[in-house]
Design a protein around this ligand. Sequence first.
Ligand code: ZN
Length: 232
Amino acid sequence: MSMNQRATPDREALFAALELFVNCGDTKSDLHSFRLQHPHFFQAEFYDQSEQLAKAGKRDNFFNWLKGQLRAVWEGRDPAGTHLGVLLGIQSVSYAGFGGGDFQAEVTEHMAIFGDFIDLCKPPSEEHAMVGAHMLFAARITPDWQGSTLQYEPTIDFQHAVYMLMNESWRARVCPICRRYLIADKPANIYCSTKCSGVARQKRDLEYWRSEGKARRSKRTKASKKRSSFQR
Ligand SMILES: [Zn+2]
């Protein structure tokens, strides 16, 4: 599948925004400062609605929900590709619940997070209800007959960034030292910073000192004991 070339924002700029988003904190000021830096990464309505909930002290807002979905994909916790489909806007958010009061409460909670961004379908039965929700920022996949391929047409920069990252999915990594999410430049790039790679090196040296060094020290002690027994 190829990418629609109509408007291609700078790839590294999109990756920088995506990296900032996936590492963003959960508070209203985290959300607000992200919006100030990247006002067009998502739609204004999306920011507005999430900010309203954040101001009311709710961490369960669309912004944080989407970040959680992205983290699952980034960490490889999405083998079936369901979260990825939602992020790319080619799969609807599906939501399963059970009949009764709990279900109604869950639907209400769900509506509070997504607000106007979804259309909830009617549950097929009260006992086992399934709710399908469509993201309003749905992307399109169209056939490109001349190129004999499919074209992906994202609606927002966020989708564009996720699509490009997934085309080079080896770049999506989690720093083993500080757990920060990073987009690697080179395959050898494992750590988020020189600070973390320094910490990793120190750890390795310490391990070496503990295992190899211990073996050597014990060899030396044995040798010196042997020597001293000969001397006797
Ligand atoms: Zn790190």
